[in-house]
Design a protein around this ligand. Sequence first.
Ligand code: HEC
Length: 158
Amino acid sequence: MKLKVVVFAIIAAVITSCGGEAKKEEKVAAPVEEQKAVVEETDPMKDKGIGPVTSITLGEIDQKMADEGKAVFLAKCSACHKISKRVVGPALVGVTTRRSPEWIMNMILNPEKMVAENPIAKKLLAEYLAPMANQNLTEDEARKILEYFRTKTAPEAE
Ligand code: HEC
């Protein structure tokens, strides 16, 4: 009987001290997380946004894909966007040099959540005051528009 009590006491002591360690680690970890958030905010190209697209690998520009993307862009986006000029939404010239490919696709596919929760998109909404519309594109269509944007790194005459 007595032995059991001692054993329990030891186990209890071990458990409490482990808990203490874990808490200490949490305290140490917190500032690192905060630092990471700051870095991501200052380097928009590291921000992948929120949505279905988590990782994109880009190769050489695929002109056929870009042409198909242009057609979708003209049909679904040009009411609010021009390449070289601000309209309802931002001019999209050079957008692939200021946002990550994942961020751009998530903005197209998941704009409601992006403008509500992503720091960059939130700032844009505060500036443009109109919310970016979800055009219900497929991931494939969004990827083609991304390819089209990759060809638009210099302003064009419109
Ligand atoms: C109803 C108008 C509207 C439509 C339609 C629309 N957008 Fe937008 N878009 C906006 C606005 C406004 C913003 C700025 C963010 C905000 O206010 O929500 C924006 C932001 C963006 C951004 C971020 C630009 C930057 O500078 O980072 C991209 C990329 C984008 N839109 C692409 C598209 C594409 C592609 C389509 C078509 C599938 C589309 N948008 C359709 C209004 C629109």
